[in-house]
Design a protein around this ligand. Structure first.
Ligand code: G1P
Length: 286
């Protein structure tokens, strides 16, 4: 898998005023923008051609992954800082596609596929969903291995409490091997009682090229938007689709809301800032 699509057109009204001028994808979790974690995850799984699907006001995302930074000269930075900045830029090919109208996730992905060769499988990674894995390989790496082994599409799933089911696409299926299910049914943001399953789509997908023609014809669904889940429902009727259920060593943060964003920063700080745990404990006691 050489390509990944990162839809990044959302306006982040939930984060106003912070999102007034800065794309939410560039908000930092400690010292790194959220979207850089996602791009690194893409590169680790082999997808070094990164397709950003965005729109007006999001140009800074492209600048972030460019060698020529409009604000400062990379050449003047100290060696160790320069390495940090340049490393990733050397590894990826940045491709930019404009969505123009906000017609839904399925529409954004469809636009992204215009620049991917016809017979190539590709990944879709939602930048709001930050995944920190304490295991040996990332979720995308595991999914890529699985997709190659079975020669089919794979989507990542996480177990969610019943009360949050309605916020996600939900998958039903039967176990194929440990942590892997063969998907039988997908429902985008189900109403209460519509499904017994607690397996939610978490924003990491690997697709076979078959999805492309489906996406071009899928009709608007929930909320009048072209839904990626609806295209996957059709894909299911044609091909096998697997679900990779993440384990307890994997932490998912939805940085698209205040709580998830704050928790992602706390998690990163607990791992990287000396004495942070102690200081937080003191703060809570006070
Ligand atoms: C999208 C997908 C949904 C998925 C979710 C993960 O929804 O449509 O299936 O569970 O991302 O974050 P959105 O959050 O864009 O409404």
């Amino acid at each position: 898998m050489k390509y990944s699509i990162i839809p990044a057109a959302g306006l982040a009204t939930r984060f106003l005023p912070a999102s007034k001028c800065i794309p939410k994808e560039l908000f930092p979790v400690l010292d790194k923008p959220v979207i850089q974690y996602i791009v690194e995850e893409s590169v680790e799984s082999g997808a070094t051609n990164v397709v950003f699907v965005s729109g007006s006001g999001k140009e800074a995302i492209l600048d972030h992954f460019d060698r020529i930074n409009p604000k400062f000269s990379v050449g003047k930075l100290k060696e160790h800082v320069r390495e940090k900045v340049e490393e990733l830029d050397d590894m990826i090919e940045v491709i930019s596609v404009r969505q123009k109208s906000p017609l839904g996730l399925g529409h954004a992905v469809m636009k992204g596929t215009f620049v991917i060769p016809e017979d190539e499988p590709f990944a879709v990674m939602l930048p709001d969903m930050l995944i920190f894995s304490e295991g040996e390989s990332s979720v995308m790496q595991e999914m890529s291995t699985l997709s190659e082994k079975y020669g089919c599409s794979v989507i990542a799933l996480m177990k969610v409490p019943a009360e949050t089911q309605g916020m996600y696409g939900i998958a039903e299926g039967k176990e194929l091997e440990n942590g892997v299910i063969e998907i039988k049914r997908l429902i985008e943001k189900p109403a209460e009682g519509e499904t017994e399953s607690n397996l939610a789509i978490l924003g990491r997908y690997i697709f076979t090229p078959e999805i492309v023609s489906i996406l071009k014809n899928v009709k608007p669904g929930r909320g009048g938007e072209i839904q990626l889940t609806d295209a996957m429902v059709e894909l299911l009727s044609k091909e096998r689709v697997l679900g990779f259920v993440i384990d307890e060593k994997t932490h998912v943060f939805d940085t698209g809301n205040m709580e998830g964003f704050a928790l992602a920063n706390a998690y990163a700080a607990l791992r990287r800032v000396d004495g942070f745990e102690e200081k937080i404990k003191n703060l809570i006691e006070k």
